[in-house]
Design a protein around this ligand. Structure first.
Ligand SMILES: [Zn+2]
Length: 100
């Protein structure tokens, strides 16, 4: 395949990923299982095309159980200079360093 075509394909895949994650955000309070399915599809596309999901979108769901973070399903704590996010579905913990 031509390089240009591959670039185009990756571009379309990225748009699809963002669309799916935004859709998951819209549905998470209506149908949590469906929302998770959207995240799963987005992740499958990202793995197939080896595209990194932008950080902004990656912070919207748990990377272990793939459920989108919902106000009643996750906890955020700030400890020293890091943010600790705990998923209440699978108890997965993520840490992010705060800068400055
Ligand atoms: Zn989880």
């Amino acid at each position: 395949m031509l390089k240009r075509e591959r670039e185009k394909e990756r571009q379309i895949a990225m748009e699809r990923i963002i669309y799916l994650i935004e859709r998951a955000q819209k549905f998470k309070n209506i149908d949590y299982e469906l929302a998770r399915r959207y995240i799963e599809l987005a992740r499958n596309i990202s793995m197939k095309y080896r595209i990194r999901i932008p950080k902004k979108y990656k912070l919207l769901f748990c990377k272990k159980c793939l459920y989108p973070y919902r106000s009643d399903r996750f906890r955020v704590r700030i400890h020293k200079s890091s943010v600790i996010i705990t998923c209440l579905n699978c108890s997965n913990v993520r840490r992010f360093q705060l800068r400055g």
